[in-house]
Design a protein around this ligand. Structure first.
Ligand code: FE
Length: 228
């Protein structure tokens, strides 16, 4: 199992042309060793916030009835790389914390067709639903919109001489993949994901995703800013 995942998790061993095609469709071609080395040398992983200084994010979460509620304020998840390594598999760490990319057609959620919700493998934040999943033919799980606009953060990615839009979990800053403007209606967007960054929960088990932030007083919740 581990050997299969290791084989599949990162783009490696491809010709230069194939790498560039893969990158234009998705993410980076870092191998685990290089990714870890880069992460050690240029770590941007958030460090633990000083005691009493809790950063918050405004997101939508599931309540105990399995209903999506919010936006509500939820504590930002910040851990050291050493802490993440204790909580994630090697494959999850390579993608979520080191911006690695699975090889196409290898991810375990590519052909997942059940109705349900995809949450962040790092912090459990709901990110996408099966309602927006579509067959892109790229070899990576693809969605045309996130479950809620504030749950997925975007940032410009200039790596590998390209300008792409990286997508990250809004709560733990875990790398998810990239978003492109060649998706289907109604958004025209293609959110290209790594299976290793996601956990799937079927629709009849959504109450198991209950988040403490769902119990926050409704009066404190304000609408999240609209996607530009
Ligand atoms: Fe997360």
């Amino acid at each position: 199992m581990k050997r299969t995942l290791t084989f599949c998790v990162l783009l490696a061993g491809l010709g230069i042309g194939s790498v560039l095609v893969a990158l234009s469709n998705h993410g980076t071609a870092q191998d685990p060793a290089a990714a870890s080395k880069d992460a050690a040398a240029n770590s941007t992983a958030p460090k633990a916030a000083p005691q009493g200084e809790q950063k918050m994010v405004r997101v939508q979460v599931f309540n105990r009835e399995g209903k999506l509620v919010g936006p509500v304020d939820s504590p930002r998840v910040e851990r050291t790389d050493d802490d993440w390594k204790l909580r994630l598999t090697a494959e999850q760490f390579a993608v979520l914390r080191s911006k690695g990319t699975e090889r196409p057609f290898c991810g375990h959620l590519l052909d997942q067709k059940q109705a349900g919700v995809y949450t962040c493998a790092g912090c459990g934040l709901p990110l996408f639903t099966s309602d927006s999943k579509f067959h892109s033919g790229t070899g990576w799980p693809s969605f045309f919109q996130p479950i809620a606009p504030g749950n997925v953060a975007e940032k410009v990615d200039h790596s590998y001489g390209m300008e792409r839009t990286e997508i990250n979990c809004a709560r733990c800053d875990g790398h998810l993949g990239h978003v492109f403007n060649d998706g289907p209606k109604p958004t025209g967007l293609r959110f290209c994901l790594n299976s290793a960054s996601l956990v799937f929960t079927p629709s009849d088990k959504l109450s198991t995703l209950a988040d403490a932030a769902a119990e926050a007083p409704a009066a404190e919740a304000k609408p999240a800013p609209a996607r530009p």
